[in-house]
Design a protein around this ligand. Structure first.
Ligand code: PGA
Length: 227
């Protein structure tokens, strides 16, 4: 089965030229399915089979200064959208807002990549982590058909720190999410590298990866999508 490997470029790179160069250096066909999520300002100028946005708003149009709508994304042929990333939750995004975003994305047939794991700490055991996730997922998925939603489990302490979770822990959490919320695909994210990606991808219930830092290095990302 092909796994889904999502590149979250975050606020990088700083010029369109560099963004196009980076996209052009990523293989178009590989063993796994790759999705590139560049900053929104570059989305219309990047050619890649699978594109994703890093966030969106929940209204289609109107007086909402600075926002980007799922309808606009759909019209740009964007297929995926990250929602609820911990870096957005730290600047005040709530589970209620995430729920609105999921509803609008699904209406427009854009696949949401819902990030959970904000608020977890490295000391917590699996049970405590599932408590945190339950708090997020119950609100995020309220009234939503969860089946098309991809959930990315990203323990917040693992993001950009070089300290990844144990693959067995991620597997257990993936099983919990699938069993309890009718989710079909769970990704792991948090300090994924070309060196550790295989250990996650060989877990039965981990259907792919959300990759930040390593997705900016074509050599590393091309290796990850080819595992
Ligand atoms: P990282 O980021 O791979 O740099 O840890 C992952 C993410 O934030 O999605």
């Amino acid at each position: 089965m092909k796994k889904l490997i999502v590149a979250n470029w975050k606020l990088n790179p700083t010029t369109l030229k560099d963004a196009q160069k980076l996209a052009a250096s990523i293989k178009r066909t590989a063993k796994n399915t790759a999705v590139l999520c560049p900053p929104a300002v570059y989305l219309s100028a990047i050619k890649y089979p699978n594109l994703g946005a890093q966030d969106c708003f929940w209204q289609e149009r109107g007086a909402f200064t600075g926002q980007i709508s799922p309808l606009q994304l759909k019209n740009l042929k964007v297929k995926y959208c990250i929602v609820g990333h911990s870096e957005r939750r730290t600047v005040g995004e709530t589970d209620g807002q995430i729920n609105f975003k999921l509803r609008t994305l699904l209406e427009h047939k854009i696949i949401p990549i819902l990030c959970v794991g904000y608020g977890t700490t490295v000391e917590q055991d699996d049970l405590e982590v599932t408590d945190v996730l339950r708090g997020q997922l119950e609100i995020d998925l309220q009234g939503v058909d969860a089946a098309p939603v991809v959930v990315a489990y990203e323990p917040v302490w693992a993001i950009g720190t070089g300290q990844n979770a144990m693959p067995e822990h991620a597997e257990k959490i993936a099983i919990f999410i699938k069993n309890r919320y009718n989710i079909k695909k769970v990704l792991y994210g948090g300090s994924v590298t070309n060196a550790n990606a295989a250990q996650f991808l060989e877990q039965r219930n981990i259907d792919g990866l959300l990759v930040g830092g390593a997705s900016l290095v074509p050599l590393y990302f091309n290796q990850i999508i080819s595992i």
